[in-house]
Design a protein around this ligand. Structure first.
Ligand code: AMP
Length: 145
C-alpha cells in the first residue's frame, strides 16, 4: 500500500486496540496505547499508536492527534531508557509500503540500542516469546512517570 489508500479497521493494531488479539501492553492514556513489538529489532522495541484514529500514516493524521501521540512517545521513550538503560534510542515511523510500512495504522517505533549491538531487520525477525514481552512491558511500565 502506498501513501494513498483507505484505512482498513481489520488491521492488526486496530484489532489490538479492540482487544481481539493479545499484546504486551506497556502504557495507555486517553490518547495513546503503547505495547511491545512482537517481532522486536532489539530488546525493548516498543510501539506507540493513537487510540482514536483512522489514519494509515502520519500524513493522514488529524493534527490534534499528532501532539498527544508524540507526548506519549516521549513519555514511553523515557520509561524505556529508565528501565533498560540503552546507550541510544531510535524513534521512527514509516509512511507507505515503499518506505517500509507493513501495518497501516499510524504508529511510532521506540527501539533501544546498545553500543556494539546488532539490531534485527525491520519486520523480518522471529516472533518474540509473549511471556518475555510481558515481562519487558512490566519493567518499562514501572518507569512511566
Ligand atoms: P511497520 O513496518 O513500520 O508498519 O511496523 C509494524 C510493526 O508491527 C513491525 O515492527 C512488526 O514487528 C510489528 N508487529 C506486527 N504484528 C504485531 C503484533 N501482533 N503485535 C505487535 N507488533 C506487531
Amino acid at each position: 500500500m502506498s501513501l494513498d489508500g483507505t484505512y482498513d479497521d481489520g488491521n492488526i493494531f486496530a484489532r489490538i486496540l479492540r482487544g481481539e488479539i493479545p499484546s504486551a501492553r506497556v502504557f495507555e492514556d486517553d490518547h495513546v496505547l503503547a505495547f511491545m513489538d512482537a517481532f522486536p529489532q532489539t530488546r525493548g522495541h516498543t510501539l506507540v499508536i493513537p487510540k482514536y484514529s483512522s489514519a494509515r500514516n502520519l500524513l493522514d493524521e488529524e493534527p490534534q492527534v499528532v501532539g498527544p501521540l508524540f507526548l506519549g512517545v516521549q513519555r514511553v521513550a523515557r520509561a524505556v531508557r529508565a528501565a533498560l538503560m540503552p546507550d541510544g534510542i531510535i524513534v521512527t515511523q514509516f509512511n507507505g509500503a515503499p518506505a517500509g510500512q507493513t501495518v497501516f495504522h499510524l504508529h511510532v517505533h521506540i527501539i533501544p540500542r546498545w553500543d556494539g549491538d546488532a539490531p534485527g531487520r525491520h519486520a523480518a525477525g522471529a516472533m518474540a516469546d509473549m511471556a518475555e514481552l510481558q515481562a519487558l512491558a512490566k519493567v518499562i511500565a514501572a518507569q512511566i512517570s
